[in-house]
Ligand binder design. Structure first.
Ligand code: AMP
Length: 187
């Protein structure tokens, strides 16, 4: 978990590689569908371009379908899901039904000014439609209002690995591996 620009996608890829599990990014799945103009892509394009969240039922169905794929059996990493309390309860139920559970929830903390700088930089490099100043502001607000409160939930369950996300990609990755190892050793 982390605000837009915190480095979720980059660090999720490193983490998934380390554990040999698939990294599942709901944002990537949506962007793939938008690019290919699928019915899902057509449905979510405007919402995502406006910096809003895709409705829970749509997002949850996508995650359920993806987690049912055989490559997720040994484990998986979710990047950008859950983002609402509804999605948290959905995931809890989904995993409980299958006798599975989360090992850890990694949260990346980055100073808001650094976040905006990173996102504007990414806009130049990747050309994402939702990386423009107005939408960035909206996405930050939506994160603070709807997603940041989830951290309390996962903290109370003893799952939270709270991480300082400032620094180079390599520094953050090493910090994350170290804190995660400690977390897992303590469980
Ligand atoms: P991301 O690549 O994770 O920043 O996601 C890009 C955009 O996709 C977000 O700003 C949302 O509009 C949408 N999105 C991704 N994941 C979710 C989710 N779990 N719930 C609702 N909307 C999502």
């Amino acid at each position: 978990m982390g605000a837009p620009g915190a480095g979720k996608g980059t660090q999720a890829t490193a983490l998934a590689e380390r554990y040999g599990v698939p990294a599942i990014s709901t944002g990537d799945i949506f962007r793939f569908n938008i690019k290919n103009q699928t019915p899902l892509g057509v449905k979510v394009k405007e919402i995502i371009d406006a910096g809003q969240y895709v409705p829970d039922d749509v997002t949850e169905e996508i995650v359920a379908d993806r987690l049912a794929e055989p490559d997720c059996e040994p484990g998986f990493l979710l990047d950008g899901f859950p983002r609402t309390m509804h999605q948290v309860y959905f995931l809890d139920r989904y995993l409980a039904d299958r006798g599975q559970q989360l090992d850890a929830v990694v949260s990346l903390h980055v100073d808001p000014e650094v976040l905006v700088e990173r996102l504007l930089n990414r806009a130049e490099l990747e050309g994402r439609a939702d990386d423009n100043p107005d939408t960035i502001r909206r996405r930050m607000e939506v994160y603070a209002g709807q997603t940041a409160p989830l951290l309390f939930h996962y903290e109370s369950k003893g799952l939270l690995v709270d991480l300082e996300g400032t620094g180079t990609v390599d520094e953050v990755r090493e910090r994350m591996f170290e804190q995660l190892d400690q977390h897992i050793a303590q469980r």
